[in-house]
Design a protein around this ligand. Structure first.
Ligand code: SF4
Length: 86
């Protein structure tokens, strides 16, 4: 089973309702942090965790997910439909 962590997003101006990090896929490359340092941080296992799910706008959040070399960041809309990766 995938080793994932889910983070609910509550921004009223956002179409994204949930951020999921697949901890098995995350290699600690920190590209996501370079794009959006207010959203993510690395935990003690060198895996990305979401510390600020509402801090970035949608464009920045999508860019951060796109920047991940292993596609470890998945984004879902408020109906639960996966919007990234497509
Ligand atoms: S960019 Fe991807 S692999 Fe790198 S820390 Fe973020 S989630 Fe992990």
């Amino acid at each position: 089973m995938a080793n994932t962590k889910e983070y609910i997003r509550n921004r009223a101006d956002s179409k994204i309702g949930k951020i999921v990090v697949d901890r098995d896929l995350c290699i600690g490359a920190a590209s996501c942090i370079a794009v959006s340092g207010t959203t993510y941080e690395l935990d003690g296992d060198n895996k990305a965790i979401v510390s600020g799910a509402d801090s970035a706008d949608d464009a920045t959040l999508i860019m951060s997910a796109e920047s991940c070399p292993t596609k470890a960041i998945l984004l879902f809309d408020k109906d639960g439909k996966q919007v990234f990766p497509k």
